[in-house]
Design a protein around this ligand. Structure first.
Ligand code: CA
Ligand code: CA
Ligand code: CA
Length: 322
């Protein structure tokens, strides 16, 4: 038996520190984000235009936040990256006066009078009385108040300091749990969404709306559902079903979101009398007991995302509401 020396203790501390900061050392967040050394942050330029609210939501779903420059140096760094990648002229930034007209605050609730800001000449002008969001121009980094509903491109940001890492799942989202049995990770979502929103949410997390491929996986989903604190979730949503990654949107038979016929996926046990909805129930779910159920696509329910880190599921643009 070796005596435990100070050196051993120091080594142990070093190992623990190294592990918990390992990912920060690697400076990796997601493969679709780019790290800038100057600002110690990750950025993604979104080229599909969205309303300000949807832009904010999209960044949040990706585990990031809608970018706004904290100082002129960051503004310059981001514009340099933007100019090297894209030609469009302006983006929505994370500043608005949606809460109180005329009082511009960041998405973190800080008044911009207290932080860096750079209005264009004559702005904010609240044109047509309808400008509560803010765009930034690429040519000079200047701000302009703008109509929140007029879709714009945008940039999401994640600071290195705020980065957490789920080592078991090799991803930044700590909400995912690794299952040794299936060699993959799952997240039970407790914010009820409709099928299309659930599909887009899993996709934004770089996973996919879960597909049951065996009786064992069905049993596991039943367990995940039992253990989730569902009863604490209030509000208007459909209880008793959990959304899954299969559908009959094309009315050519039930298929998984990977395009495999349901009977070939490995598990296709329908609940009693199901599917029973015909034209009005084209989206897939399971009852809390694991049996499959067809469901109207508009119903908001809990859902499970699945991540295998091996296969990139092709994103189906038809479901891209967010
Ligand atoms: Ca304006
Ligand atoms: Ca699966
Ligand atoms: Ca049904």
């Amino acid at each position: 038996m070796f005596p435990i020396t100070i050196l051993h203790v120091l080594l142990l501390i070093e190992i623990i520190l190294h592990c918990s900061y390992g990912q920060r050392d690697k400076k990796f967040f997601r493969k679709d984000y780019k790290y800038l050394e100057d600002t110690e942050s990750f950025y993604k330029i979104h080229t599909i235009s969205k309303s300000w609210q949807d832009a904010r939501k999209t960044c949040k779903l990706e585990g990031a936040s809608l970018f706004y420059p904290v100082d002129e140096a960051e503004s310059n760094s981001v514009i340099k990256m933007w100019t090297s990648e894209q030609a469009f002229e302006q983006v929505f930034i994370g500043i608005s006066s949606l809460l109180v007209k005329g009082a511009f605050i960041t998405i973190d609730g800080v008044s911009i009078s207290d932080i860096y800001h750079k209005w264009s000449k004559g702005e904010p002008n609240n044109a047509n009385g309808n400008e509560d969001c803010v765009v930034m121009r690429r040519n000079n980094g200047a701000f302009n108040d703008y109509n929140c509903a007029a879709k714009q491109r945008f940039i999401c940001k994640k600071t290195l300091a705020s980065l957490e890492w789920n080592s078991a799942c090799n991803m930044p989202d700590t909400g995912y749990t690794y299952s040794e049995t299936f060699g993959r990770c799952y997240k039970f979502h407790l914010t009820p969404k409709n099928w299309t929103e659930a599909y887009a949410t899993c996709n934004a997390e770089q996973s996919f709306l879960a597909i049951i491929e065996s009786q064992a996986e069905a049993d596991y989903f039943v367990k995940l559902t039992q253990e989730a604190p569902k009863d604490l979730v209030r509000g208007n949503y459909l209880r008793g079903a959990v959304l899954l990654g299969f559908h009959n949107v094309d009315e050519e038979g039930w298929i998984s979101i990977k395009g495999t016929a349901l009977e070939d996926v490995g598990y296709s046990k329908w609940g009693n009398q199901q599917p029973d909805g015909g034209d009005s129930e084209k989206c897939g779910s399971m009852f809390y007991n694991g049996k499959l159920n067809d469901l109207g696509c508009h119903h908001k329910c809990f859902f499970i995302c699945e991540c295998d880190n091996l296969i990139d599921v092709t994103f189906d643009e038809r479901f891209a509401t967010l």
